[in-house]
Design a protein around this ligand. Structure first.
Ligand code: ADP
Length: 453
């Protein structure tokens, strides 16, 4: 605009100069021209000059107006994009001004701090804030919002959003020092959540805080740490026993015909356990990393169950009764080998954690396209506090009891992954002292399909 005004001045001065030159030239060239003729010519010349100057000035004005429209469109588009980005961000964004009033909250921040939906956007109009400082009056913020956000007439302070003193102190420090601050924030509530908060200065009088939800990351990190701690413990136990047995043999027991067989058998048992543990771990990691590809086909459920039960009956020696009530016509869409593995693990647990003379029942029922398979036992059951953890890797409930039974603590984790890979769900109900029922769902296959196996 200033550039335009300068140009108008230049053009006006130039016109004046041209007019003066014209008057001198006219007087010198036509000294005898009558006053009327002279005025007529002058009026004509001035009219022509005014026409061209006005045209030039109006042209420049139109250009300036077009530029303003272009800039406004760019700003509106930028605002629209920014609103879109802020609305879809999973991180909570809060912007506050130098008086600790909230200038903007995005949808994620509103959900983190349980703010009403109409407060998403810009609770304080930045332009009206500028007016406040210019005129010194304390006016409440007027309606404004990024494109797409609902208008709000409420003016929030940061303390209305969160009372956490650490968060408020971080924003105050950034407003004062203009240096970024990073901190970890915990939020207690129905579900405990933790955030990494990064606060940085935005222009001269604003501070922007971004809340990254790190609860899931921290949970996974804790599970990973526990897994490795448990794994090294599980591996150390058989290894220590194997070292002790081999040392005893080397230091003389090898020549003791009465005991050397006992030591060798112990050595073999622990080596077998280590080998099972390692094979379960590699199986589990292959399933978890998606390396195991299921080849799904229609499988008749009853023969698979009968085969697994037959194996346990041959092993058990008859102390536990295993029965089945799986209708013969149930067909499931499954990977035959993996279905076998699921049933094997669940029936093995039902037998292993049973009481002498107890029983195991495998049943199945179909509702529409879903088959539910249940393995029920009359064993020791699982304590309510242990139930949510039984599917964790390496988890073995009631240590004293579990240690008496062989097991890696990986069986149920493998089963859970395999059931999920089949598109089903695994669940358990159990009562301590009365037994447990593990159930999984699996898709039914069309009856007309050709059978596997
Ligand atoms: P493992 O059987 O090798 O110990 P699992 O992952 O199969 O490992 O089982 C984890 C834990 O869940 C077991 O150690 C046991 O405490 C508990 N559990 C599993 N199945 C049963 C069951 N049918 N009855 C009682 N407890 C069970």
């Amino acid at each position: 605009m200033r550039d335009l005004a300068r140009r108008v001045w230049i053009v006006t001065l130039a016109s004046l100069l041209i007019f003066v030159v014209y008057e001198i030239a006219k007087t010198l060239l036509f000294p005898n021209l009558s006053i009327v003729s002279s005025h007529v010519i002058t009026v004509l010349v001035v009219a022509v000059m005014t026409f061209f100057v006005s045209r030039y000035a109006l042209g420049r004005y139109a250009q300036a107006l077009a530029e303003i429209h272009r800039q406004t469109a760019i700003t509106e588009e930028t605002n629209r994009l920014l609103a879109g980005v802020l609305a879809t961000m999973r991180e909570g964004v809060v912007i506050v001004d130098s008086q600790m009033r909230v200038a903007l909250v995005n949808a994620a921040a509103a959900s983190i701090f349980k703010l009403p939906a109409e407060d998403v956007g810009m609770p304080i109009d930045r332009r009206s804030t500028a007016t406040v400082s210019e005129h010194g009056g304390e006016k409440p913020g007027t309606v404004a919002g990024l494109a797409g956000s609902a208008p709000s007439t409420r003016a929030y302070r940061l303390t209305d959003v969160t009372r956490d003193p650490a968060v408020n102190a971080a924003f105050r420090r950034v407003i004062a020092d203009k240096t970024p601050v990073e901190l970890r924030v915990e939020m207690a509530g129905r579900e405990h959540r933790s955030f990494q908060l990064n606060v940085a200065a935005l222009g001269t009088d604003l501070a922007v805080g971004v809340f990254f939800d790190i609860s899931q990351m921290e949970r996974l990190e804790r599970v990973r740490r526990e897994f490795f701690a448990n794994l090294s413990h599980e591996l150390r136990t058989p290894l220590t026993a194997m070292l002790a047995c081999s040392e005893t043999l080397i230091t003389g027991a090898i020549d003791d015909p009465a005991n050397r067989r006992k030591f060798l058998e112990t050595l073999h048992r622990h080596a077998t356990r280590m080998s099972e543990l390692i094979s379960d771990i590699s199986d589990l990691s292959a399933i978890e990393s998606g390396q195991v590809v299921l080849s799904l086909e229609p499988v008749r459920l009853r023969p698979v169950v009968t085969d697994v039960i037959a194996f346990f009956e041959s092993q058990e020696g008859g102390s536990i009764t295993v029965s089945t009530s799986v209708p013969d016509n149930i067909l499931v869409q499954a990977d035959r080998t993996r279905l076998d593995q699921i049933l094997f693990n669940l029936i093995e647990n039902a037998v292993k954690f049973n009481r002498p003379g107890g029983s195991v029942t495998v049943s199945a029922e179909q509702h529409d396209q879903l088959v539910t398979v249940s393995i029920e036992d009359t064993g020791a059951g699982i304590a309510a506090s242990d139930l949510p953890r039984v599917f964790e890797r390496l988890y073995r409930g009631d240590k004293s009891r579990s240690r008496k039974t062989e097991g890696t603590g990986l069986g149920l984790a493998i089963v859970k992954h395999l059931v999920h890979a089949h598109g089903g769900e695994l669940s358990v109900v159990s009562e301590l002292g009365h037994g447990s029922r593990f159930s999984f769902t699996i898709s039914a296959a069309a009856q007309t399909a050709e059978l596997a196996g």
